[in-house]
Write a protein that binds this ligand. Structure first.
Ligand SMILES: CC(C)(COP(=O)(O)OP(=O)(O)OC[C@H]1O[C@@H](n2cnc3c(N)ncnc32)[C@H](O)[C@@H]1OP(=O)(O)O)[C@@H](O)C(=O)NCCC(=O)NCCS
Length: 267
């Protein structure tokens, strides 16, 4: 079974009827990045379908989770990723092979795909997954659940730049938790896009973090990188970092019941 995709611009508006619908073989084109966010708790039949597409190493990783809930979410996340990539490549999800960089960043095996190569990145938090897919550009995505009342000051002092800590302290108390998670996701997305893990010291670069203020890099990040904040469901915040020419970001929706409609109350 193959998923079909619906398209929305980053501002939430669907593509006009006059916009060309991309053909499966060419999606995404090299001027677009696709973002998909979905909750991971799915019905048993959907989960089984996902599980059947996983490779042996993914199945053994799934088996190591202590909680069934986490095992199932991992299977769903990998299964949806495979379906999304397979849809873009017009292949069977189970025929895709992932390879891993030195710090564990997954990518598709080159021989599995034509050029320009498909690149992707994934993040999950509190039952939600976000996927970013593009051609021929490095990208990193991060999503975090905004834990209400989370006191992030100590963590900020340890990992954020001096300028970011200062900006966080200047925020009104009621905006500080969101400001903290804005900064965290944006930093994490950059680290993930770069792909070299924590070789870039987290306090060596600066990012604007205030809620309602456009996200941008402030210092310490090479010009080739772009930062965007894809819309996330209420209570979550998300950030995307990518290189190459600035481009259109399309939110895509999966058309079938991946999500278990009764399980929106996350635990
Ligand atoms: C490995 C790392 C990506 C973990 O990130 P995380 O926030 O725990 O997890 P996320 O859900 O965002 O991302 C996990 C996904 O990223 C991908 N990934 C794994 N290693 C990666 C890497 N080195 N680079 C990019 N993506 C990576 C995988 O697809 C993984 O999904 P999987 O578990 O299904 O395989 C890494 O960035 C890390 O450990 N960061 C340090 C955390 C930290 O101190 N952050 C401070 C921010 S201020």
């Amino acid at each position: 079974m193959r998923i079909s995709l619906g398209f929305q611009k980053l501002d939430g508006h669907p593509l006009n009827a006059s916009d060309d619908s991309p053909a499966v073989e060419t999606i995404p084109d090299d001027e677009s990045i696709y973002i998909c966010s979905t909750f991971l708790d799915c019905d048993p039949d959907v989960l089984l379908r996902m599980e059947r597409t996983l490779a042996p190493d993914e199945l053994s990783r799934a088996a190591k989770f202590h909680l069934i809930r986490d095992r199932n979410r991992y299977i769903a996340s990998r299964g949806i990723l495979r379906e999304l990539l397979a849809t873009c490549l017009d292949k069977n999800p189970r025929d895709l092979e992932f390879v891993y960089g030195p710090t564990g960043k997954p990518s598709l095996r080159d021989s599995d795909q034509p050029t320009p190569r498909l690149q992707f990145n994934v993040s999950h938090s509190h039952g939600l997954a976000v996927f970013a897919i593009a051609r021929d550009r490095n990208l990193g995505i991060d999503v975090e659940f905004i834990r209400p009342g989370f006191e992030g000051e100590r963590i900020a002092e340890r990992y954020f730049s001096a300028r970011e800590v200062e900006e966080l302290r200047r925020l009104p108390a009621e905006e500080r938790t969101e400001g903290f998670f804005n900064c965290w996701t944006r930093k994490e997305a950059y680290i993930k896009a770069d792909g070299n893990g924590l070789q870039i010291p987290l306090n060596s670069f600066g990012i604007a973090l205030a809620p309602g203020v456009p996200a941008r890099f402030l210092q310490g990040v090479p010009d080739k990188w772009h930062l965007a904040c894809p819309t996330a469901p209420g209570g979550y915040v998300s950030a995307l970092v990518y290189d190459g020419p600035s481009c259109e970001i399309l939110q895509i929706t999966v058309d079938h019941a991946v999500e278990k409609h009764t399980s929106r109350i996350l635990n």
